[in-house]
Design a protein. Structure first.
Ligand code: AMP
Length: 310
């Protein structure tokens, strides 16, 4: 049987990161980069995005070695997308200092013919107009997952509404869910979002784990309590990439498969934050992954049935 592939669309970037420990410039980043690295641990990846003339071939070669098909990664005249962020002392919040769209400004995604029938599609965090352009080019996938951020929720609410009507699963964080709906309670916000299109929803809550909502009910997975968080950049994208990679590998959309996929997404997010940029993520082995999942499961393992002491 042929292994299914996942199509991942999103930003490929240079990031400048102002961390409490120092400033790191020209770090390779971008939503699609993190998601592709994470997903490639499970299945073949088809990457669609744009880079400028300044982006190094060696990074692309490394992605190819991991099973990422870069036929949809366009090299355009000009500079690669650049994002600069500053993190708070405790790394729990960040401020965007600068977003330079560069080659992204004129980017029109062209999905290679061979990618159009990909069964699983991850629309990474890019302009909702581009997400719609991608959807218009592909043939009826089994699952379309979309990620977005406050930048688009406030900047392009109408187009984002159109995207939501066409996606099966939306992945956002708690702040974004509240911003999108104007509802503070996450259960009520989730109901509201699911009425707008996506039958499935994941609300990421950073160090507090993730909630999943679908017709079969609600599920909660904890975040792995890490001792040393180095750089949270890309954690959300690694979560989405890991989740999609696992679903693609399993080729199942059943509720239990989604539950497990959330554990794998969380595991990839937890590795991501252990290094600057995608450094740690790139080193993750199947053994590391297995161990982290066991650690995750033991977090909620009670050692026996939970009953009242009658
Ligand atoms: P995350 O930490 O998961 O939210 O993702 C961080 C990545 O998103 C960084 O590597 C940035 O290059 C990328 N990024 C930041 N802002 C944008 C934007 N407006 N559009 C697309 N990608 C972005």
């Amino acid at each position: 049987m042929n292994q299914s592939s996942v199509l991942i669309v999103g930003s490929v970037a240079y990031d400048d990161l102002e961390m409490p420990s120092g400033t790191f410039e020209n770090v390779v980043g971008g939503a699609a980069t993190y998601a592709s690295i994470a997903a490639s641990l499970f299945c073949p990846v088809r990457l669609v995005g744009v880079i400028g003339e300044d982006f190094p071939n060696v990074v692309i070669d490394d992605l190819v070695k991991r099973g990422v098909d870069t036929a949809g990664l366009e090299r355009a005249k000009g500079k690669t997308f650049r994002w600069r962020g500053r993190y708070s002392k405790d790394l729990t919040s960040r401020e965007t200092l600068d977003t330079q769209l560069n080659v992204f400004a004129d980017f029109r995604p062209k999905i290679p013919e061979a990618f159009k029938s990909s069964p699983y599609v991850l629309l990474g965090n890019i302009h909702p107009a581009l997400q719609l352009e991608v959807l218009a080019q592909i043939h009826k996938p089994k699952l379309v997952v979309a990620d977005t951020m406050n930048f688009w929720i406030t900047g392009e609410p109408k187009l984002l509404g159109e995207v939501m009507k066409k996606v099966d699963l939306l992945v956002i964080n708690d702040e974004e869910a509240r911003e999108l709906t104007g509802i503070h309670n996450l259960v009520k916000a989730a109901q509201d979002i699911r009425k707008r299109g996506p039958s499935r929803l994941i609300v990421k809550r950073g160090e507090h784990g993730a909630l999943y909502f679908d017709d079969a009910g609600t599920f909660y997975a904890p975040a792995y309590p890490l001792e040393d968080v180095v750089d949270p950049t890309g954690a959300g994208d690694s979560f989405a990439g890991g989740l999609m990679g696992y679903i693609t590998r399993l080729d199942s959309l059943e509720h239990p498969a989604m539950r497990k996929a959330i554990y794998f997404g969380s595991a990839l997010g937890s590795f991501c934050v252990e290094g600057i940029g995608p450094r740690r993520l790139l080193e993750v082995t199947q053994g590391d992954l297995k161990k982290r999942i066991e650690q995750f499961l033991s977090l909620v393992e009670t050692g026996g049935p939970v009953g009242l002491p009658l």
